[in-house]
Design a binder for this molecule. Structure first.
Ligand code: AMP
Ligand code: MG
Length: 423
């Protein structure tokens, strides 16, 4: 793998790396996990198909009725006056009427029942009158109506799902409808993560005591785990690593041995206590990017052995925003997914938004509808990178381009909805 080391943290302001360029560099450096496995369909939800699926059958497997009514030959439809047909039997779903049906005859039929041979039309029961074993149909009945044809949905040998497709509820249903009970998928990615900082207090060791002076709760480990789990990767939580080279080195080594991807928060700016930078230089090949974005300027990316490494900033909002912009697409790519970029839509801003020129801003927004049903977005208010509550109040990020200085109410803005990542 080769990683472009420019620009580094020492670069002047004008060499900030554009987000799109950082995404392109990541994408060029990453590769799809190679190993695949066969899994039972029930266990395949959230996994990514590794081999195109070709249908072994037609769906429906046979022509069947779409309605309750009477199956007839279209040759029995009268051309002048209404006419009577003789009812010769019943076709149930799962119970075939197996005699030949002739012109002048009808078979009582229920939804899903196989069309009896000699029939190609179903007259719905609301359009007939029945007397003893005779049914009257009117001349306006249309030929070949209310019938689902064999292979109408899926044809035998049709490529029905391509490699790189995520298996969701619809795909599971589709595969089940083809009788496919095992499916080839990429193996799950394993992601190890830890947070760094002497100021961090772990929730599980805290046991209800007040925080010591100068300490804060380690929230990043929770938000990182939640975002990772929503991508259906295996997670390995390596806890809090204190700000010293020894602990950071040990955690990095361990993480790189365990996982395909290593994710950390904090310690990537140029401060004295930023040991992630130092240790990473020692153990792997890395670039430190100063990104033209806000929040989340510093980002470390590289590899230690076979594991890819992402060093995210420490601020809680910056962690989430950089995860969504870079780590999520990277993990999706490595999982074998075809679609990796964040999903974006346009909405009309209800708020006046300010920002500085030269960097893309990801402001927290609330997506909704106006009376006309058009999409609108409002700011959550103050946008500090440490305000995790602004992420929780939001349901989207408002993406404001580097060369835009402000947004006025009524302007169209680009929005990345959270839905799909957070539930
Ligand atoms: P750093 O990049 O390590 O200098 O961290 C930047 C800011 O993010 C500091 O104010 C930290 O206290 C805060 N921070 C770092 N790690 C965490 C964490 N795991 N949970 C919550 N806040 C954090
Ligand atoms: Mg720190």
């Amino acid at each position: 793998m080769s990683i472009d080391k420019q620009p580094s943290c020492d670069d002047p302001f004008d060499s900030l790396l554009p987000v799109e360029e950082a995404r392109a560099r990541l994408s060029a450096a990453l590769h799809v996990v190679e190993e695949t496995e066969q899994v039972e369909l029930r266990k395949a939800i959230g996994r990514v198909i590794s081999v195109d699926v070709v249908s072994p059958v037609d769906v429906p497997g046979y022509a069947n009725s779409a309605m309750d009514g009477y199956a007839i030959s279209s040759a029995s439809i009268p051309t002048d006056a209404d006419t009577q047909l003789q009812i010769v039997g019943t076709a149930w779903a799962g119970k075939v009427f197996d005699a030949q049906v002739h012109v002048g005859q009808a078979v009582r039929i229920f939804t899903g029942a196989q069309m009896p041979s000699g029939t190609d039309t179903v007259v719905i029961q609301e359009h007939v009158s029945v007397e003893h074993d005779m049914v009257t149909i009117d001349r306006n009945v249309q030929a070949e109506k209310n019938v689902r044809l064999a292979g109408e949905d899926v044809q035998r040998n049709q490529r029905i799902l391509t490699a790189g497709t995520k298996i969701n509820a619809a795909e599971v249903g589709l595969l089940a409808s083809l009788g496919i009970n095992r499916v080839a998928v990429y193996r799950r990615l394993r992601v190890a993560f830890f947070t760094t900082g002497d100021e961090l207090c772990a929730l599980d060791s805290h046991a209800g005591k007040p925080l010591a002076p100068g300490m804060l709760f380690d929230s990043n480990r929770y938000s990182m785990q939640a975002m990772l789990e929503s991508l259906n990767v295996e997670v390995v939580d390596l806890g809090i690593v204190r700000d010293n080279a020894e602990d950071t080195r040990e955690a990095m080594r361990k993480a790189a041995q365990l996982a395909d991807v290593v994710l950390t928060s904090g310690g990537v700016s140029a401060g004295d206590a930023d040991f992630v930078t130092q240790v990473f230089h020692e153990l792997g090949e890395v670039s430190f990017w100063k990104l033209a974005m806000r929040p989340g300027r510093p980002l470390a990316f590289g590899h230690i052995g076979n594991a890819f490494f992402f060093g995210l900033p420490g601020n809680p909002v910056a962690v989430m925003v950089t995860f969504l912009q870079f780590v999520q697409p990277a993990i999706k790519q490595m999982m074998g997914l075809k679609k990796t970029a964040p999903f974006t839509i346009n909405a009309t801003s209800l708020s006046s938004l300010r920002k500085s020129l030269g960097r893309v801003e990801y402001q927290r927004g609330i997506l909704g509808n106006n009376d006309q049903g058009d999409l609108t977005v409002a700011s959550t208010g103050k946008q500090g990178a440490g305000r995790i509550s602004s992420m929780s109040n939001a349901n989207c990020l408002i993406v404001i381009a580097a060369d835009v200085a402000s947004v006025s109410p009524g302007d169209t803005v680009e929005v990345q909805p959270f839905h799909g990542l957070f539930g």
